[in-house]
Write a protein that binds this ligand. Sequence first.
Ligand code: PLP
Length: 232
Amino acid sequence: MTTISNRLQDILATIQSAAATSPSQQQVQLLAVSKAQPAAAIREAYAAGQTAFGENYSQEAVEKQKQLTDLAIEWHFIGPIQSNKTQLIAQHFSWVHSVDRLKIAQRLNEARSSMPLPLQVCIQVNVSNEDTKSGVPPEQLEALASAISALPHLKLRGLMAIPAPTTETAKQIAQFKQVRECYDALIRKGFALNTLSIGMSSDYPAAIAQGATIVRIGSALFGARTPPLKAA
Ligand SMILES: *Cc1c(COP(=O)(O)O)cnc(C)c1O
């Protein structure tokens, strides 16, 4: 039987070898995406050594967090953010990868002000030019990065992207490259960034080759998900 522990070891080995051959030789962190997985599955991955977990739905996440208070988990929020959930998200997560509007950033900043550490944030960038997708268009990135950098309770760490799904490897690589170029451009402009959150179960080796420092992996670790029952 393949267990979460077996799959975790396989994924970590794949990450290692992809990072070793990547041009930037960067350190790569695995974020285990536990949306739609029960607390027991998170506990199992934790017992196998995984400590960073990503969730998309704030209420679902907080329910599971209540069952896992005995574990030293670092929680990352990676889903779309509704403004009425900013309080919950700012107080129950260490990281948010999916900031794409100043109004949301300001609300997260406000909600974080009572806590000792700033919220670690990535800006979600939209490189696939689809109107319906979340993420800020590349041409608005610098303005948003500047505005977020001025917020005292947020710490801007880098960029996140969810490229449009494609089976064409060349297209996939082109999208990761575009995110990487946005990231490098911000660094050249003086932003102190160190986090590029790209790559999921089906494409993380390609993302690492383009410089990913966090890969967000769900189904390859936990197995297939049933659709989420609760809205964000
Ligand atoms: C679900 C999800 C993932 C993980 O997807 P898998 O294909 O299961 O690895 C990563 N990032 C985000 C933002 C997600 O919503």
